[in-house]
Design a protein around this ligand. Structure first.
Ligand code: SF4
Length: 317
């Protein structure tokens, strides 16, 4: 009509993507929730890397943080409780060209999803695993989670959590083939951004534990940490997370740590007196499972049928 030519192709043309291209619906987390900061950092990383939104997918389980796929302008999969990682591994097996972001929480990942956590780290498929750790079940209103500090009062332990919490860092570092382990806090945006960027660029499973504010149910847990910077130890190294002055100002205690040193990373992670922030461990040479499991993903339907029949013929008796 009127001399205009419609473009009916499905090709997505290269152009500069803005933050708005990665944003989904309006985030409905509580005001002051640390999840907002993580979402912003992820949007910024995607924008700065100029990743096409249609080549990115955000996968989650169940919990407050697992609402993240709704707030991303990428593909998304809001799955079942504790099952974000098997879904993410499945995506990576069949569509290795997609980049995968996993949003999971301390309850979702370290409790009902703990088995998947262990195996996904070992598989080392190329994805960013962000664990939003607020040390409590927020969505279901204040039950003890695997990382609730002993003595912290919750609805399931009104006189205080009884058993000492899991240490997600020592557990992850102890898993065969772990390749990227970092810890950050949500209230230092430059450190959060730089860590997620390094995680995104790492080729393998990047496990990032994010100590996250939940002002509604575990405010004291975070306030105690925020009020005492000596509780943290900032890990610096030329092979680690890029640092700047605003990061260093917030963490006066600093240490040079070579992230290729697994034994030292384990020592730092196990030290209860100070929480390491930054990159604890990185092994870019660790094998990735999708390099094997994605073989054949590009076959045509007819080729797949032929392959299947060949395999079935072997079972003929
Ligand atoms: Fe965030 Fe806590 Fe509110 Fe959940 S309950 S949205 S974790 S502040």
């Amino acid at each position: 009509m009127f001399g205009l030519k419609a473009d009916w192709s499905h090709e997505v043309f290269d152009r500069y993507f803005t933050i708005g291209d990665y944003a989904g619906g309006e985030a409905r987390w509580c005001p002051g929730c640390g999840d907002h900061a993580v979402l912003s950092a992820a949007h910024r990383v995607l924008r700065d890397e100029q990743q096409k939104p249609e080549l990115s997918v955000c996968v989650s389980g169940i919990g407050c943080s697992s609402r993240m796929p709704h707030y991303m302008g990428t593909y998304g999969f809001h799955g079942l409780h504790g099952r974000a990682l098997p879904v993410a591994c499945g995506i990576k097996s069949r569509r290795p060209e997609l980049d995968v972001w996993v949003a999971t929480g301390d309850g979702d990942c370290f409790s009902i999803g703990a088995g998947h956590w262990i195996h996904a780290i070992r598989y080392n498929m190329n994805m960013v695993v962000m664990v939003f750790d607020n040390a409590i079940y927020g969505l279901t209103k204040a039950q003890t989670s695997p990382t609730t500090p002993a003595g912290f009062k919750t609805n399931t332990h009104p006189t205080g959590a009884i058993i000492a919490p899991h240490n997600p860092l020592t557990i992850t570092l102890g898993i065969t083939n772990a390749s990227f382990v970092a810890q950050v806090v949500d209230w230092n945006p430059p450190l959060l951004y730089e860590t997620l960027k390094a995680a995104y660029r790492h080729r393998g499973t990047s496990f990032v534990r994010i100590i996250q504010r939940c002002p509604v149910f575990s405010d004291k847990f975070v306030k105690d940490l925020q009020n005492d910077p000596s509780r943290f130890l900032l890990l610096e190294h030329e092979q680690g997370i890029a640092m700047n002055e605003s990061i260093q100002r917030q963490f006066p205690e600093r240490l040079q740590h070579d992230p290729s040193d697994l034994g030292r990373a384990f020592q730092l992670a196990a030290d209860d007196s100070r929480l390491p922030v930054g990159l604890l461990y990185c092994n870019p040479a660790a094998p990735r499972y999708e390099d094997f499991s994605s073989q054949g993903a590009d076959l045509t339907p007819q080729q797949r049928l032929t392959e299947l029949e060949t395999v079935l013929d072997r079972l003929t008796i």
